[in-house]
Design a protein around this ligand. Sequence first.
Ligand code: RIB
Length: 307
Amino acid sequence: MKKSDVLVIGSNMIDLMTYIKRMPVAGETVEADDFSMGFGGKGANQAVAAARLGAQVSFISMVGNDSFGEQQLANFKAANIDVSGVGVGHKNSGAAPIFVDPTADNRILIVKGANSELTPAVLDEHLDMIRNTKLIVLQQEIPLETNYHAIDLANRYGVPVLLNPAPANKQLDMEHVRRVDFFSPNETELATLTGLPTESMDEISRAAQRLVDMGVKNVLVTIGSRGVLWVSATTSQLIDAVRVDAVDTTGAGDSFIGSFANYYAQGETVPKALRHANEYAAITVTRRGTQKSYPTAEEVAAMYQPS
Ligand code: RIB
């Protein structure tokens, strides 16, 4: 089997994007400005971002037993993603009603549907795929036990793992987190997991250091417009974000993770991969939608110097 650059194990959702002026209160109906449907789900978003940049991407995921499931499969194939690890579940496809306000912030609900059928046993059907990749990327819209099993298998085969703990889950067992190579929460997820405040840079730094003290190898805290803080036993450095006028931040974190995975798997150093991932995510927030907003390698090259 040919080795992939990146194997994403995770979710896919149909995004129901609604652009609002304000959220209604209970019992109220409010007219919204715009609506569009798109392909989303944190796992699928990360896979598509890496693939748009030219990485050989494999995906292990479960689509629903409905027309959305068929559309998801067609979308992965169009992105040149290896779909031999994508199964069809018994439940409906995962869906995510998303509300984006005029400040470009979003509020997201997720209905996991078939994503909850991505059990540890499914991974055992794809051991070759897991063995033959440069980097495995995980998030948390599938059962936690499946992620734990993925980490076990990756450790057994000596494959590095990046875990993006989104959405935050207090049940996440730090014993497993210690065995991944990159752990990338945003500042809210960092606060949930450590129980520490993460308002100021000093607080974020202290909370990330707490994880490193617990044995986590590389903590990459994404801090929105402030950039990304990389903390390990030997370094603590902030890689500044690129300043842009954001219109929709939905899926920006996933684009960061997917593009970082691509650059790292292609052999970039961690700080360089982080800088390029910041650039990639910056482009996505200037456009509406999740995967719709993800640029290709050519679009990125037209905007930023390769260095
Ligand atoms: O991170 C953004 C994603 O979260 C959306 O695509 C939505 O599907 C949810 O998974």
